[in-house]
Design a protein around this ligand. Structure first.
Ligand SMILES: Cc1cc2nc3c(=O)[nH]c(=O)nc-3n(C[C@H](O)[C@H](O)[C@H](O)COP(=O)(O)O)c2cc1C
Length: 370
């Protein structure tokens, strides 16, 4: 029997996960008009056979202008919903891993080029580019086209877009929704005093800056079945002078908890081009620890968690309840299998793969067949 906490079950709301390894959302920039393609079937199919406790579908835009790039997945049309439905049907045929989705809007960081073609903004007058919207009319980078500040109609339209996307996610039987409140995208643009210069009820005080993200949370919570979790991803720091910080994040987390949020996923950065991040293993774990001290919700830590003992220590010391991995699981899609083998724990595997179990790890697979 393994003593590893990483492989103990955990509940997020009414959803119970077999282990504490979450696959973080990762944009693939491979959609067409917001609709998933065969790439998503390959990619999600691969990850759904990794033995992780939970799989998060990439940042999915609630409206076309909310996509980071023209290759982003969206959930704003019947075509988008059908394409995602086909992908999910195939993946679920071969995996029981619970699958959730990250819903978001890129705000002023939308209309970008895909990373392997250089990233950066595509100006609105160029093919594949469009005019962006933001909390205020300040661009992410001085070289970018300034966004149009959302007026009251725009704010109302987006509340509805989030709710509509949540209803589509419910119809697709997705197990959970994570709202994207991090990485300098629209909700984070409202939260941070560096990007929110509004003088109306959505700007100024912390209460006002939190208003729109909290409204979005409530819209999504009301539109998604009550027994399925709604969570939020946050950036706990802008890593810039005068920016959004961990104390404000803790207050935001408390406000979310009061509204029925089921977990908070603690990341950081992404708001301004001049951020100065000290990147290294566990670099965001102190933020997770601070949010955990401030709330009762399960907390997910993320960021350069790549080693099995490192992941176990984060859970074991109580800094976080779950860990999320992104790059490490693209590099090694069986990371959870290897972690389970390391700790003498168990993971589920597809019947087709049962014969690969190495002799020295005889009881690696839950079913222990073959
Ligand atoms: C290819 C790629 C795509 C990503 N897309 C998203 C995304 O859609 N939503 C998001 O919140 N973060 C996204 N991220 C950030 C990751 O979820 C994660 O927070 C970050 O990579 C740090 O974790 P890691 O060190 O385990 O990679 C992406 C990262 C990568 C490498």
């Amino acid at each position: 029997m393994s003593g590893a906490k990483l492989f103990t079950p955990v509940s997020i709301g009414e959803l119970t996960l077999k282990n504490r390894i979450v696959i973080a959302p990762m944009c693939q920039y491979s959609a067409e008009e917001g609709s998933m393609t065969d790439w998503h079937l390959m990619h999600l199919g691969m990850l759904a056979n990794s033995g992780a406790g939970f799989l998060t579908i990439e940042a999915t835009a609630v409206s076309p202008e909310g996509r980071i790039t023209y290759g982003d997945v969206g959930l704003y049309s019947d075509d988008n919903e059908r394409a995602m439905g086909r992908t999910l049907e195939s993946v679920r045929r071969w995996s029981e891993m619970p699958i959730g989705i990250q819903l978001g809007h890129a705000g002023r960081k939308a209309s970008s080029e895909v990373p392997w073609k250089g990233g950066g903004q595509i100006s609105p007058d160029k093919p594949q580019g469009w005019k962006t919207v933001g909390a205020s009319d300040l661009p992410f980078d001085p070289r970018y086209d300034a966004p149009r500040q959302l007026d009251m109609d725009g704010v109302a339209r987006l509340r509805k877009a989030f709710a509509d996307a949540a209803r589509r996610a419910a119809r697709l039987d997705l197990s959970a929704i994570q709202i994207h409140g991090a990485h300098g995208y629209l909700l984070h643009q409202f939260l941070s005093p560096l990007s929110n210069k509004r003088t109306d009820e959505y700007g100024g005080s912390l209460e006002n800056r939190m208003r729109f993200p909290l409204e979005i949370f409530e819209e999504v919570r009301n539109a998604f079945p009550a027994n399925r979790p709604v969570t939020m991803r946050v950036s706990a720091s802008d890593w810039a002078e005068g920016g959004w910080n961990v104390d404000e994040t803790a207050q935001f987390a408390l406000a979310l908890e009061q509204r029925g949020c089921n977990a908070v996923h603690v990341s950081s950065g992404g708001l301004v081009a001049h951020q100065k991040i000290d990147v290294g293993p566990n670099y965001q774990v102190p933020f997770a620890r601070a949010i955990k001290a401030a709330t009762r919700m399960p907390v997910i830590a993320v960021g350069l968690i790549t080693e099995f003992e490192q992941a176990e220590a984060i859970i074991g010391t109580g800094d976080a309840d779950l860990i999320a991995i992104a790059r490490a699981i693209l590099y090694d899609p069986r990371w959870p299998w290897h972690a389970a083998a390391h700790f003498g724990a168990h993971v589920s595997a597809a019947d087709q793969y049962l014969r690969c179990q190495p002799r020295q790890f005889r009881s690696l697979f839950e079913t222990n067949k073959g």
